[in-house]
Design a protein around this ligand. Structure first.
Ligand code: MN
Length: 325
């Protein structure tokens, strides 16, 4: 059975530099212990000695590549972000060309300048064969529900490609709740809250009423949204602040969002997503290098489901959504 993983990161000295600059500029308190994953750097950067053998060992046919965090969204201004995104995308295209059939790519976009982001999305999809874009959370505190970013949704819908919304750290002035308990900043909790909330902002702003064929991809089993569908609809229906949506919030979660199995999860979490969204809305992903290809496969194999659903999750949904052969 073909297996296509769709949230698989790669790294370079330039991406490490972006991370160092972002940390210095924002003063974000570092929460991840680098000793927890000592092989991170070679796994991110090396393809022939490390990544491809790990893919082969797990029977993974293809990885859809994207930058490591915080990516281009971690840059302070458009003047830096525009040429940086272009350089990263060109380097990624080179990797894809070098190993035919093994890799595809999501573009890095300079969202600091929405028009330039549109140009780069169009260029990378039409000229480099990229399959969509990955945006790593907010851009200096601005989220993708703002009207200035709607040109990106419009372009993605017109090109027929998805936007993958990847977790990012919250703003430094929004981490009060973690005072004294910083262990829950990061994958344990804050990234899911940040990214799930970001997706709800996009829904509530009416992005998917304006662009009904647009697709947002959320990793990490849907960043907690599949578990919350009924309560979101109920609470949204009771507030003074509800927006003029054509449908219920959960309708957009089920019709405009596709989720992936990236990250470490239990079979029960996958079963929840299967029940709430259905097998047509779930894509296979690891979140390499944090999760190895063999670990990603192991999760799917431990979920009780039929082979037809497994085929959808492992490759059919990705082939359809990303127009992969
Ligand atoms: Mn990731």
């Amino acid at each position: 059975m073909r297996k296509i993983c769709v949230e698989e990161h790669w790294g370079s000295p330039e991406m490490e530099e972006i991370r160092a600059q972002w940390r210095a500029r924002t003063g974000f308190p570092v929460s991840m212990d680098p000793k927890a994953l000592p092989l991170l750097a070679p796994r991110l950067k090396d393809f022939e000695q490390t990544r491809l053998p790990l893919m082969d060992e797990a029977g993974v046919t293809m990885q859809v590549l994207s930058t490591s965090s915080p990516g281009v969204q971690g840059l302070a201004d458009a003047a830096t972000a525009v040429p940086t995104a272009r350089r990263i995308n060109e380097a990624q295209a080179e990797i894809i060309r070098k190993y035919p059939g093994r890799f595809a790519g999501f573009a890095a976009l300079p969202t600091q300048d929405p028009k330039a982001a549109v140009d780069e999305l169009e260029r990378t999809v039409t000229q480099l064969g990229f399959k969509g874009a990955m945006i790593l959370g907010h851009t200096n505190g601005e989220y993708l529900d703002l009207k200035k970013f709607w040109v990106i949704w419009e372009c993605a819908e017109a090109l027929g490609v998805p936007i993958y919304l990847h977790p990012a750290e919250p703003l430094v002035d929004q981490i009060k709740i973690y005072d004294g308990r910083p262990e829950f900043m990061g994958p344990a909790w804050s990234w899911g809250v940040e990214t799930g909330t970001h997706a709800l902002r996009i829904i509530s702003a009416g992005v998917f009423d304006a662009f009904p064929k647009a697709t947002l991809i959320l990793g990490h089993m849907g960043e907690m949204l599949p578990y919350m569908t009924v309560r979101i609809d109920e609470g949204y229906g009771m507030t003074f602040h509800k927006t003029q949506l054509k449908k219920l919030p959960s309708d957009y979660i089920k019709e405009n969002i596709m989720i992936t199995t990236s990250g470490h999860y239990s079979p029960g979490a996958v079963l929840c997503a299967l029940r709430e969204l259905g097998a047509d809305r779930i894509l296979f992903a690891g979140d390499y290098p944090w999760v190895l290809p063999s670990e990603a496969v192991d999760l799917i194999e431990r979920v009780p489901m039929n082979d037809a659903d497994k085929e959808k999750i492992y490759h059919l949904n990705a082939e359809r959504l990303l127009n992969l052969q």
